[in-house]
Design a protein around this ligand. Structure first.
Ligand code: CMX
Length: 134
């Protein structure tokens, strides 16, 4: 697996509307896309910092992984997403062969239409890790 760059950092927030003024008005970043990812029960807002994106994640249901994360750990950094050059399916096969625990056994469509898959934080140094097509 070859990681080309950090694709994005996922940040759990209670409300995108309430969090965005900090990122836009204080930090001077620009939100270029807001979308709901139905199957993940999240609303996402994307901002760019150079080539790296920030993904603000607001739960749309108490069943959302983000709602559970906020209840347990509070708002803040939720996951780290790496872009992989040779496809997410190949990367997953390699991770499995290295006994990394897969949350997604196969890649699926994530925000912005990218193929993605998550690795379990218990086998990735405590950091929920996402692999994205590069
Ligand atoms: N970062 C680090 N550790 C995390 C974590 C996170 N984001 N979320 C949960 N954990 C930890 C918990 O604190 C818990 O640790 P302890 O046992 O030490 O208390 C452990 O992981 C829980 O593991 P679990 O019981 O297997 O799973 P949970 O029901 O808590 O769910 C997780 C956690 C990561 C498996 C689940 O949130 C998941 O499948 N995430 C992937 C999908 C996702 O996050 N979607 C939202 C974003 C979608 C998008 O970006 O579009």
């Amino acid at each position: 697996m070859k990681i080309s760059h950090i694709e994005h950092l996922g940040i759990a927030v209670k409300s995108i509307e309430e969090a965005l003024p900090y990122f836009e008005n204080v930090l001077g970043l620009k939100c270029y896309n807001i979308e709901v990812v139905e199957d993940q029960k999240v609303k996402t807002a994307f901002l760019k910092v150079g080539e790296v994106k920030l993904e603000l994640l607001e739960p749309t249901s108490p069943e959302s992984a983000i709602a559970k994360f906020i209840d347990k750990k509070g708002v803040g950094l939720h996951h780290l997403a790496f872009a992989v050059e040779d496809g997410v399916a190949n990367a997953l096969a390699e991770m499995e062969s290295k006994e990394i625990r897969l949350i997604d056994k196969t890649s699926r469509k994530g925000a912005e239409g990218l193929r993605i898959a998550f690795l379990h934080p218990k086998s990735t140094a405590g950091i929920l890790t996402e692999l994205c097509e590069g």
